[in-house]
Design a protein around this ligand. Sequence first.
Ligand code: MN
Length: 129
Amino acid sequence: MSDELLIIEDNEQNFYMMRFLLEKNGFSVVGANNGRQGIEMALSLRPQAILLDIQLPEMDGYAVAAELKKHEEIAGTPIIAVTSYAMVGDRERILAAGATGYIEKPIDPETFVAQIAEHLEKSRGVEEQ
Ligand code: MN
């Protein structure tokens, strides 16, 4: 597994903001702007975690999460949904589809990296049990 984080996000501004914050804090970041490309990159790069937008063209984040889970070699990769869908039902729906965590948009530049780091820490803890 690489140290890279894969961001699947179709909004350029959101992508650049997340990448900027993460790279500033020592993460390396790769990006895909649609679900198909994101799945291909996840399979070939085996990122440390996947940040997944829900509102994507053609294949939405629910479908992407479900598809990622079908591939055994990356089924254990943490998927952090990053979405403006703030309603409880949507949150449950993306977790049911395979996401392991959830961050709300608009992202808070003050806390975003800490949220990601905390999530990675938690996923690591789960693996070790
Ligand atoms: Mn989007």
